[in-house]
Design a binder for this molecule. Structure first.
Ligand code: GDP
Ligand code: MG
Length: 300
């Protein structure tokens, strides 16, 4: 088995979301409607028989240059330096620009191998040679001799052309190792956390001032049951048995009211219907359960 972190470097609109959606198949739509809701830059976790690829975002490299303050640069550096493979995704229907040249220089200085995704090759007019030349220039060797550093793969994330080849090249560069995240969850971490926050917020609104610090929401399952409906199973965790009754409310009134308003908000955010399956669970040590805290995004 292989596993590792792949940092995706790509400007807005190069096709990052499209690529990840394609990889996730029809099951998951990896769109984070509330940008930066979390500290995590994990975008998607891809599992197959060969192992696991954890795709991460590099925030700074694809925001405007003005946003590249010190903190951003160090965050980018952490992501780039912490990655096993760098996926440089480019839109070949656009000329290599200043920003792209800078990104290439930065990536060139990194230690991890680079897979260059030359995206949108389904569009007839493109500038693949420009990108290859820019990289060749930065490396200072012919690309044929530098396959240890850089592997270019022409793809169409939209049509799915050659995406399997891109994944092959990534796996070929990943170290041996077991999965970094449980295979059954977390294919959709940002969405999981966003849903969790919406449910928690609505519960606290209904509960007013009661038990805000005793309460957590753990989204246990997200399934896109159809193009229009998403099923979510979430556990509302409380610390004491007596708190269960408060969260459930008389005849289930509290849970129902919070669930209803969470459902409406999620529907608005994601533009699809939600079925929320909420249940209340007493987990008196949830604040000390590292595994659970990780799953809920409170621990890295
Ligand atoms: P991101 O900002 O990098 O996440 O880019 P998106 O995935 O949102 O894609 C930006 C636009 O490019 C969308 O309109 C996509 O449909 C389009 N796009 C992405 N990949 C391809 C591709 O392979 N071919 C074509 N023709 N369009 C693509
Ligand atoms: Mg996107």
């Amino acid at each position: 088995m292989k596993s590792g972190i792949v940092a995706i470097i790509g400007r807005p609109n190069v096709g990052k979301s499209t690529l990840l959606n394609h990889l996730a198949g029809e099951k998951v739509a990896i769109v984070s409607p509330v940008p930066q809701t979390t500290r995590h830059q994990i975008r998607a976790v891809f599992n197959d028989v060969r192992g696991q690829i954890v795709f991460c975002d590099t925030p700074g490299l694809h925001t405007s240059r003005h946003a590249l303050d010190r903190a951003m640069i160090s965050l980018v550096n952490d992501t780039v330096e912490g990655a096993d493979v760098l996926l440089h995704l480019v839109d070949v229907t656009r000329h290599v620009g200043d920003e792209e040249t800078k990104a290439i220089q930065r990536l060139c200085a990194a230690r991890a191998p680079v897979v260059l995704g030359l995206n949108k090759v389904d569009i007839p007019v493109h500038y693949i040679p420009e990108y290859l030349a820019a990289w060749e220039n930065a490396i200072g060797r012919s690309l044929n001799e530098a396959t240890d550093r850089l592997m270019p793969v022409p793809v169409s994330a939209l049509k799915g052309t050659n995406v399997d080849k891109l994944v092959d090249e990534i796996f070929a560069r990943l170290p041996e190792g077991g999965p970094l995240y449980p295979a059954d969850v977390l294919t959709d971490f940002p969405r999981q956390l966003a849903i969790q926050d919406v449910i928690r917020e609505k519960l606290l609104l209904v509960l007013k001032e009661e038990l805000p610090f005793s309460l957590a929401v753990h989204v246990e399952e997200i399934a896109d049951r159809s193009r229009r409906l998403t099923y979510v199973k979430a556990a509302v965790l409380v610390e004491r048995e007596t708190q269960k009754a408060i969260v459930i409310g008389k005849g289930g009134a509290v849970l129902k009211k919070a669930g209803e308003s969470a459902r409406k908000e999620l529907q608005q955010i994601y533009g699809r219907k939600f079925f929320l399956d909420l249940w209340v669970k007493c987990e008196n040590k949830w604040k000390e359960d590292k595994d659970l805290l990780k799953k809920m995004g409170y621990l890295a």
